[in-house]
Structure formats: C-alpha cells, structure tokens
Design a protein around this ligand. Structure first.
Ligand code: ZN
Length: 146
C-alpha cells in the first residue's frame, strides 16, 4: 500500500498547486482529482482501485459535485444522504455547518438542505396561510392563533 500512498501524495501536491490559482472552481478541483486518480491507477494498480472502491476514504466520501440532489444532500464525511444535514453533522461528526464547509472548501452557494425539501416547506407554509391545512388536522396552537 506504500505505492498507493506515494500516489496520493503526488496527487495532493498537483492538486494543491492547481487549487492555489484564483480562477479555479471547486468543481474543477474535484474533476482534476478524479482524472489524476484514474490516470495513476491505470498506470499502476488497476486491480486495487476497483477492488477497494467501497472501503473508507479520508475525504470526501463522494464528489462534491454529486453531494446535492433534488431530494437529498449527502454528507461528505460518511456519504449518507439527508433532507438536511445540519443536525447529522453535529450529532455524528461534531461539526457546525461552517466547519463542514471549511473542511471540504464548499462554496457558500452550495445548499445544505435538499432543494425539494425547502420547496415543500415553502409550499406547506402557503397552504397553512390559506387556511386549508387545519381543516384536516386541527391543532390547538393553530386554533388559538386564529
Ligand atoms: Zn456524515
């Protein structure tokens, strides 16, 4: 495995110098890492890279460009998907959203709540506002407030 370690070191050095440029987007870096790993594994240990694909990897658990889908946001620490990962980060990894963003160099524009989930919340709020919701499920606090 020392061969793989030196490969990772080489990749890290290349990526670090590339990332130092000001015009580089996070997606570009992710893509670069993937390309480098592919290039190095094709050169050296083809079998090892496919066989060990599912073992623990330090960072990140999946490409950042794939960490947000319509229905889920995936934790880059462990690869699990959630509607919102803020609580998971605190409970499982002891991280705040800010620390998490720093850890993986996530852009501010990257959502940590699934887009469909925030849509639903907005839609739900509208429903309640129109007064249709509490006809089906009366709630005490809603009855008081209206
Ligand atoms: Zn996690």
């Amino acid at each position: 495995m020392s061969n793989e370690e030196s490969t990772n070191n080489t990749i890290a050095k290349i990526v670090a110098s590339y990332a130092a440029r000001s015009d580089v987007a996070p997606d570009d870096i992710v893509e670069l890492i993937a390309k480098l790993k592919h290039a190095f594994s094709a050169e050296g240990s083809i079998n090892a890279s496919t066989a060990n694909e599912r073992t623990d990897k330090p960072t990140p658990a999946l490409p950042i460009s794939q960490a947000v889908t319509q229905n889920q946001v995936f934790c880059l620490c462990c690869g699990k998907g959630f509607k919102m990962i803020k609580r998971h980060l605190g409970v499982e990894h002891g991280l705040t959203e800010g620390e998490y963003r720093k850890l993986f160099d996530l852009p501010e524009s990257m959502p940590l709540v699934a887009p469909s989930y925030s849509d639903k919340k907005a839609a739900h709020a509208k429903k309640v506002g129109l007064g249709k919701y509490h006809r089906d499920i009366p709630k005490l606090d809603e009855a008081y407030s209206e």
